[in-house]
Design a protein around this ligand. Structure first.
Ligand code: MRU
Length: 363
């Protein structure tokens, strides 16, 4: 996607052929800064501190992290060590484990001398594949949302967190159908949940929609139910960090409340997802590990002051404890449909298997 006329992905290989570069998402929307990763530890820190974030991008960053590890030392011991370090960087997005399993299966049988090149090549392929998957989610999602407006009237979407191009390598998952609709000349407006506590909606989704010229309005997280009751939301669309075999959807904290409100108001609730976000090993969403992040993310806010400085302020009374569960699970029954790179299906095991028959369990 474009930033001020220049095409960017969220992560790429630098011109020296070994350094990995990525947009620092902790500084948006106020500063656009590119970070260099030269070691696996740099990649781990970037994932943990959310310089890079969003399930598909976490997977891509982990793949490049493994390439950096192989650059330093392609031994079996380092393959093992790097895999453990990266896997521990964030717990919820299954794309991380998917990418590491993929790299490990590729690298482990290879002689040490071939691992570095193979790891870099595969990391680049994962990035290209993610961009293509997300483009297809956009095409499939566009066909689905067109059905909601047979006369071509303006559609009002609601999205939570950031599942746009910043959360992936390019295009995004939930926002890809929106970008495709906008590019196709469909009138679409997006209600953007600010997404406390880290404000990915206000800081990232609003930024990328603005850069692409998509009409949008940022709302407090609590406003969605009211807007749905007043007919101002035609559909909700979100991403996912891990969707189970039965179609339970884990996503940014607060997603579940939006799905409940959507269900109560008869508003379609869609989830855009690439296949590496499906955890075929888990059936019930209750088994998904939910990341608990620092309470400081709840007690403090960072933003730009009137004088243009970036400042952080405390918003809680001194001594008040805070808790910060970062994800929740929306049960499959509240999800209208899953929009994948292979097509659109019901949020159920049968629905998913209709698109991914190779995942059927052997009888
Ligand atoms: O904590 P984050 O910012 O990594 O959470 C991101 C989300 O919850 C996204 O909705 C999800 O990863 C899907 S991204 C296409």
């Amino acid at each position: 996607m474009k930033v001020d006329g220049k095409s960017y992905r969220t992560i790429w290989l630098g011109s020296d052929g070994t350094t990995v570069q990525a947009i620092d998402q902790t500084l948006l929307p106020h500063r656009f800064v590119i970070r260099d990763f030269r070691t696996v530890e740099d990649a781990v820190t970037a994932i943990r501190t959310m310089i890079v974030r969003g399930a598909p991008l976490i997977g891509a960053a982990a793949a490049y992290g493994m390439a950096l590890a192989m650059l330093a030392d392609p031994s079996d011991a380092n393959l093992e060590r790097a895999g453990k370090l990266l896997l521990a960087s964030r717990p919820t997005a299954v794309n991380l484990r998917w990418a590491l399993d993929d790299l490990r299966a590729l690298l482990a049988p290879l002689p040490m001398a071939k691992r570095r090149e193979a790891a870099y090549r595969r990391a680049a392929e994962i990035c290209d594949e993610d961009a293509e998957i997300c483009r297809r989610i956009g095409v499939n999602g566009l066909a689905e949302i067109k059905r909601l407006t047979p006369r071509g009237d303006r559609l009002n979407a609601l999205t939570h967190c950031n599942a746009g191009w910043l959360a992936t390598v390019d295009w995004g998952t939930a926002l890809s159908p929106i970008f495709h609709a906008h590019d196709a000349g469909m009138p679409v407006h997006v209600w953007v949940d600010e997404t406390r506590p880290r404000n990915q909606g206000a800081s990232l989704t609003a930024w990328e929609l603005a850069k692409h010229g998509v009409p949008h309005t940022v709302i407090a997280d609590n406003a969605g139910g009211h807007l749905m009751q007043h007919g101002k939301i035609d559909f909700c669309i979100v991403g996912t960090d891990r969707t189970t075999r039965r179609g339970d959807v884990c996503n940014k904290i607060g997603t579940y409340l939006k799905a409940l409100a959507a269900h109560d108001n008869g508003v379609p609730f869609y989830v855009g997802l690439p296949y590496p976000s499906i955890d075929w090993t888990i059936e019930d969403g209750a088994s998904i590990p939910i990341e608990e992040r620092s309470a400081v993310e709840v007690s403090r806010l960072t933003g730009r002051t009137d004088t243009g400085e970036i400042a952080t302020i405390d918003i809680l009374p001194e001594g008040s404890p805070a808790a910060n569960p970062a994800f929740d699970v929306t049960p499959a029954r509240l999800v209208t449909a899953l929009i994948t790179e292979r097509g659109v299906c019901a949020a159920s095991e049968a629905g998913l298997l209709s698109l991914y028959p190779e995942q059927a369990k052997a009888a």
